[in-house]
Design a protein around this ligand. Sequence first.
Ligand code: SF4
Length: 501
Amino acid sequence: MLGLASMRSGLEKDQPVKRKQHEIISMYTTPPSEELTLDEFELFALDRLTVLRKLEDLKARGYKGREFTEHLEKAVNTHMKINSLSENVEEAIRKDTVSHFILRLAYCRTEDLRRWFLTQESALFRYRLESLSSTGIISFIQSNGLAFEVVSADDKAARRSRLLTAPGATAAEFERCTFYRIPFAQATDLIGQRLVYLEGGYAYVPVQRVVAIVVARFRAALSRSLAEASGAFPAVTGDPRFGPLLQNMSRQYVGRDFGGGGGGGGDAIRPEHLDAMAARSMPLCMRGLHLALRRDHKLKHMGRLQYGLFLKGAGLSMEDAAAFWQSEFTRVMSVDAFTKGYAYNVRHMYGKEGKRTNYTPYSCLKIIMGAAPGAGEHHGCPYRHFDESHLSALFGQLKLERADRDAMAAHVKGRNYQLACQRHFEATHRGYEDAGVSADGVGNHPNAWTAASMQYWKAKEGGATAAAAATAAAAAQQQQQQEREQQSEGGDGGAPVAAQS
Ligand code: SF4
């Protein structure tokens, strides 16, 4: 158990209190101080991280309004359960508070991490505040000691016609609406957008619009706290129990790890399916490795690991994997040489040799942050590790629409490699949502990309008849042959060149 002495909690766990909706939203001014198991420490933090990453993903994909709220609500209900006054509300509040402070520590380390955390937490806070009724917002303001001056009934009546000129104000709502008188310096955003009435250096802000000011206060306070926490980071992470976890939190992959396979969209994967899978259901990193293996009949160590674990995650059995690697490698070496030099590695990947570890496939973050491929190597993420000319040639081979290619290139330029990969998926799986396919994890894990793609094609082809699968495989083989020829003509065997970081 961890006693986080520096964290203090106002929660009285032994005395159940009937909560109101506004009371489950926190400004996180008081750190908790309670016993916490290491498992809870990790689980709480990763659950919150999942929600924050989902939020970032929704914004990056351009979701807005109701659609944004619905998707986010689903993630919040699944991982945090902080939206409702359910019977477990006290536990949800505890998890909310503890997970916020753990991530605050994990993300205080660098300017980039602080900015990311600040942005996502402020957006989550806004989403939660906006879910309150006007009465709930007023109660939240009061109970959090936010000293906003309420405009008296007489002052409000005296300014009735001017207050009603603000966008969205209606005469029907006016009498019931609470207005706050707020110094203009705190309401510059609202003033800039002409959303509030301004008089004598004060903005008259109706309760629905005051959320923007509360969020700005929250953001400013959190920003200061992150800067203060960064000074304590080296000391806190010196604790061997949770120091490494805090240091690596920002690099954690929080989705399915595919260690037990199941990344084949529900079907068993056999070696004879791999050409067709590479053509239409593998992200560029794995497709490149497959093509290189089929062309050169060998892969270097990092490539074998990245691709071998991916195939394991996609559901290729160890026996099939051994047969597949042997059939390729023995085109350039003897069976004896393969058995002595490589067969052990295949069994090792499946946890049947050495320490018998069940190795999991690499996530995108691990691939992107990993070592760049050198000459003759093909591992890595093309969006991250190819230089501009190689990437542009690769995009040219993909037969994508111009707008999609341009969007992917723009994402790469902005170093948003995973968004480029998501766009590739969207461009090649039109209408996937209508087909009932979830793209969760696409752009975060190569196996998630493949699993979603396989489900998509299965839905499109009504369960993939043998004829459809055979046609797809033949088309895939033809396309791959062309690509192998194109790469050979390129002179460097299609080897990637590390992009400038
Ligand atoms: S973003 Fe991930 S799945 Fe996509 S190419 Fe890069 S490593 Fe592969």
